[in-house]
Design a binder for this molecule. Sequence first.
Ligand SMILES: Nc1ncnc2c1ncn2[C@@H]1O[C@H](COP(=O)(O)OP(=O)(O)OP(=O)(O)O)[C@@H](O)[C@H]1O
Ligand SMILES: [Mg+2]
Length: 446
Amino acid sequence: MAKLLIIDDDEQVREILNVNLKELGHKVFLAENGAEGIAAVEKYSPDLIICDLIMPDMNGLQVLEKVKNYDVHIQVILFTAYYDMSSIIKAMQKGAFDYIQKPLDIEQLKIKINRALQIQTISQQLEAHISEEGEEYQLDNSLIGRTPAMKEIFKNIGQLSSNKVSVLIQGESGTGKELIAKVIHYNGISKDQPFVAINCTALSRELLESELFGHVKGAFTGAIKDKKGKFELAREGTVFLDEISEMSLELQAKLLRVLQEREFEKVGGEFTQSMNARIIAASNKDLSKLVEEGKFREDLYYRLKVFTIDLPPLRERKEDIPLLVVHFLKKLNRELHKNVMKVPMNVMELLQDYDWPGNVRELENVLMQAIVLSSNDVLLEENIHLHKTLNNGHLQKVELISLEEVEKRHIKMVLEKVKGDKQKAIEILGISKPTLYNKLEKYKLT
Ligand SMILES: Nc1ncnc2c1ncn2[C@@H]1O[C@H](COP(=O)(O)OP(=O)(O)OP(=O)(O)O)[C@@H](O)[C@H]1O
Ligand SMILES: [Mg+2]
């Protein structure tokens, strides 16, 4: 049983609602204008308010604002007598739970009331939970995990903080290799020196060589002046060699020399320079296998693997998922200017049951998409889109998509659901007609 307050200047509406909602077992209070409504809010602390948008003195938006100032947890559903998109948008922005159009559809209203009350209960249960967990993890706000495997990694980072030994980080895509490399750097003795990253996949052999070692003017066509390489730019800091398995055998030989002798020459240069940075290499392929296949130099592998960090896939440390969810909600809310801080138990279970082939990155992306799609502060199941794709027993590499792509797919999905009815799509999407047409044009959805 909940306490409901109805604010409407139409006596007939008040009476119909009074009878119908009492039947559901709720306690119902009535007010015939905004001022009376606000007084009733203070007197009865209702759980939910159903308020008319258009009323003589104070309108529904003003009531909504006052109510939310008084207590943000009170859910508000607004009535609109006619189709008024701009007021509806304003109402949703100001924190209304939902709106419903007159003439009254009692069944629809009952569904909305139930949903609002359900979400309210879940929210209240979870708010406490999240702020508790949050406090605990303020200490380290970048690297999340407390499973044994992650604790071991924290220990490794500690062991690496006072020296500059080379490190090999292995783990599936999205497990946090680059993040770990940065944490090692920024917790180490040369944290004030540069952290320089280079991805060995992205470049041709020649370009990669000149990126790493630098070149002198005239070393090759296009070398119009001297250029410093990453080993030089990093000074006493860290060079992060991402996807090292993709480096050519020829360049691997040169890298081995850099690791052994701690010196190198620029491409086309004669002068020998010393290399003072720490090398951290990362791979999402098993290097020992590549050594067996003759695709990776054995001597380089042994040189690199002296200090190895093996990052477990997320599915092997599912106990960390709730912590990661809280961490990403905070981070993404900040970035996206949203406030989705409530996670119903069933949604947390859903996230913990999934196998995360794309690991932590996939989790972050799924949450980002869900936050973008959220219109209130609850992470709803309907906004969680998991790619449950199995391919001959192997999980496919997940696709990473941009915010624009998220929007495009969402609009497409809504249009399909309403069978192309643009008016309905506008209502669901909460955007204006011109905006919808602009987006259809932009995303070529016509
Ligand atoms: N333990 C963790 N705590 C918090 N955030 C994490 C953690 N692990 C990974 N992340 C986040 O997940 C995302 C992916 O991590 P990162 O880029 O380091 O993965 P990667 O292993 O280098 O992936 P790839 O092999 O695809 O390059 C980043 O946004 C990173 O900050
Ligand atoms: Mg990476």
